[in-house]
Design a binder for this molecule. Structure first.
Ligand code: RIB
Length: 323
């Protein structure tokens, strides 16, 4: 199904671009601990860029609104994104360094990440406003929280004015979201940690019953639809009309889970832009995210749409929860 007459579905992604500096370790360091790791590698990353690349590879046309620094990383990142087929118009060069993420990945593919935002902090409504009409794009607008919240709110307000669907990945998690922001979101896509933070719940929630409670609470707070990503367990979704648990294909061996949530969001947005029902979009996104963890680097393992459709055969809707 085409997203709009005479063309591919289009997604506007508003968010961060980082260079990921990654060190593999046997075990993640505890606070105050130093661990020795393997060879350091650099990858393209940043939640916004990862999601933009994932949406593109999943079959959408993508405009990416992001700030890149005036350093060598910024220039190289711009070229790479254009080579990937992402529209250049939203990429804005600002003085200073490009964002950088320091990442350690353990033998199970789990990670710890610290981000120095650099240019991402400059992505404000006034900066983007200089590029007239740049936000007028796409059937779906997708954002995260690695750029100023005022920027995300402005992007969603603009989406609302022209009837586009808004998708927020509230990452990184930092406390509760204002009701005004939540009222601008059609689909909220937290992981377990972010969902707990948004609900003010302390400690990690690890059970299906606990995740269901978090989803219901987020809906009570004003989110129209909630899609909770739960790592190797898959994803749960709740709307006013439907709910369920989507289980990933069997036999996936994670090498690096960095960016799996981003692949999920990009693929979800691409399918929603094709006007797919949310249940179908979640199944597609679960397949994409499962495939993405099999290579090192946030973007290296992002699959193309043919591979995603193939992996969909192993994805199951295993349970409904009542709404
Ligand atoms: O979600 C993974 C991403 O988080 C990494 O690519 C890193 O840059 C941070 O933004």
């Amino acid at each position: 199904m085409a997203g709009r007459k005479g063309g591919s579905p289009r997604v506007l992604v508003v968010g961060s671009s980082n260079v990921d500096i990654v060190v593999p370790v046997r075990n993640l360091p505890a606070p105050g601990e130093t661990v020795l790791g393997g060879e350091r590698k650099e990858f393209w990353g940043g939640k916004g860029a990862n999601q933009a690349v994932a949406a593109k590879k999943a079959g959408a046309e993508v405009r990416f609104v992001s700030a890149l620094g005036s350093d060598g990383y910024g220039l190289a990142y711009r070229k790479y994104l254009a080579d990937t087929g992402i529209e250049r118009r939203g990429l804005i060069r600002v003085p200073g360094p490009t964002g950088v993420a320091l990442i350690v990945v353990d033998g199970m593919g789990s990670n710890q990440i610290a981000v120095s935002p650099g240019a991402n902090s400059s992505l404000t409504p006034s900066l983007v406003g200089k590029k007239r009409g740049v936000m007028e794009y796409g059937e779906v607008v997708l954002a995260q929280l690695e750029v100023p919240r005022a920027m995300v709110a402005a992007a969603f307000r603009s989406a609302r004015r022209r009837g586009a669907v808004t998708v927020l990945n509230p990452a990184p998690a930092s406390g509760e979201l204002r009701a005004r922001m939540l009222s601008l979101v059609d689909v909220l896509v937290p992981n377990e940690v972010e969902a707990a933070a948004l609900c003010g719940t302390r400690g990690r929630v690890r059970t299906m019953a606990g995740w269901v409670r978090l989803c219901k609470k987020l809906r009570e707070k004003g989110a129209k639809a909630v899609v909770l990503t739960a790592g190797k367990t898959g994803a749960l979704f709740f709307t006013g009309a439907a709910s369920g648990w989507v289980k990933p294909p069997a036999g996936i061996r994670p090498v690096d889970t960095t960016g799996a949530g981003d692949t999920f969001c990009g693929a979800l947005a691409a399918r929603l832009a094709q006007k797919a029902p949310l249940t179908d979009a979640v199944r597609f996104a679960v397949a994409a995210a499962s495939l993405s963890v099999q290579k090192r680097g946030a973007q290296t393992g992002i699959p193309g749409k043919r591979a995603i459709w193939k992996a969909m055969r192993g994805v199951q809707l295993v349970r409904e929860f009542g709404c």
